[in-house]
Ligand binder design. Structure first.
Ligand SMILES: [Zn+2]
Ligand SMILES: [Zn+2]
Length: 341
């Protein structure tokens, strides 16, 4: 079968053996795999210490083709499924302190899902979520981009930011941000989308955001309109977006970091006196749980969350798509819908 591999940062399409599903694993024939910005970060070596070789791709929709021993308890041949959980949590033990606390990402046994830019992929069957036919293959980015946004918005509830309250989404037109706008609206928040440039702001408005503001004007507009937000969700890949997220908060607000800027972007600066004055709660949110994936699939099935896909292609287009993403050629996501060539 065909599969994309990074070898020292260079992308190759190789012929490799079809994997054999192990215990409790299902073999999935991939029908679509989304191109996530983290694939590009990996290829470009943007994160210090993360290897630039190996299989890639982690957001996919496919059909169960074969079952390993025990997998029949979770899925059946022919089931159409989404491979949720992105780069963390394709397997978890279910019994450690983190798993029992609902944070399987921190489980020592966690294995990521990585390698879905391939015709087939073997995955731990309990992590699969069934898809209704009303959700098309182009919704594959829900598996990481959508799930990551869902996990971040859901944390607002855990930190007592109530529906109806104003929240800022920084990077609102982006691959994750555009999901967060839709999900936060579905949860009932007053959504202030922050991005850069008229075209991107128009897109944020089209998603139904109550306000769409340019990053340059965000502090003034947010102060004037709502006197500061209860929470900032930062999806930006730039450190400036993180700084802005803190400045938009009202006192004792919630700061949810989601983006992962390149190491070269440096560090987030925090001044202790400002911390004393502002008293923010600062958390990070990465991917989500299988239960989050199920809830997001329900929202998508109800038509309340949709992926904005600007480009589809075949496996052999991947290198070109990386270049297009790097050049910021389109606002939405790219999805590989033909894994056979
Ligand atoms: Zn991703
Ligand atoms: Zn565990």
């Amino acid at each position: 079968m065909k599969a994309a591999r990074l070898e020292d940062g260079t992308l190759h399409i190789r012929d490799v053996p079809v994997p054999v599903p192990g215990d409790e694993e299902a073999l999935i024939r991939i029908s679509a795999s989304g191109v996530c910005h983290s694939d590009l970060h990996l290829a470009r070596g943007d994160w210090r210490g993360v290897p630039r070789s190996g299989t890639i791709g982690h957001e996919a929709i496919g059909v169960v083709e074969a079952l390993g021993p025990g997998a029949e308890h979770f899925v059946h041949e022919g089931d159409r499924v989404i491979l949720g959980l992105g780069g963390a949590g394709g397997y978890w033990c279910g019994a450690c302190e983190y798993c029992l606390r609902g944070q399987p990402r921190h489980c020592k046994e966690t294995k990521g899902i990585i390698g879905t830019f391939a015709e087939c992929f073997a995955v731990w069957a309990p992590s699969l979520v069934q898809l209704p036919d009303t959700i098309g293959d182009q919704e594959a980015p829900l598996a990481c981009g959508g799930l990551t946004a869902y996990g971040a918005v859901k944390k607002l509830l855990a930190h007592h930011v109530l529906p109806g309250r104003p929240v800022a989404i920084i990077g609102a037109a982006g691959g994750l941000g555009h999901y967060a706008v839709q999900i936060a609206l579905a949860f009932g928040y007053e959504v202030i989308g922050v991005d850069v440039g008229a075209e991107r702001l128009e897109f944020v408005r089209s998603l139904g955001a109550h306000l769409a503001v340019d990053a340059d004007e965000a502090i003034d507009v947010v102060q004037r309109e709502v006197g500061g937000v209860d929470a900032s969700l930062v999806f930006s890949a730039k450190m400036a977006g993180f700084g802005l997220g803190l400045k938009l908060l009202r006192r004792a607000g919630l700061f949810v970091a989601v983006g992962l800027p390149a190491t070269s972007e440096g560090n987030l600066e925090l001044n202790p006196f400002e911390l004393f004055m502002l008293d923010p709660t600062i958390i990070y949110s990465a991917v989500g749980t299988v239960q989050d994936m199920r809830e997001l699939v329900d929202l998508a099935a109800a038509g309340r969350v949709k992926s904005h896909v600007s480009r589809v292609g075949a496996l052999s287009d991947l290198a070109v798509i990386f270049e297009e993403l790097e050049a910021g050629k389109y606002t939405g996501r790219a999805v590989i819908t033909d894994l056979t060539r």
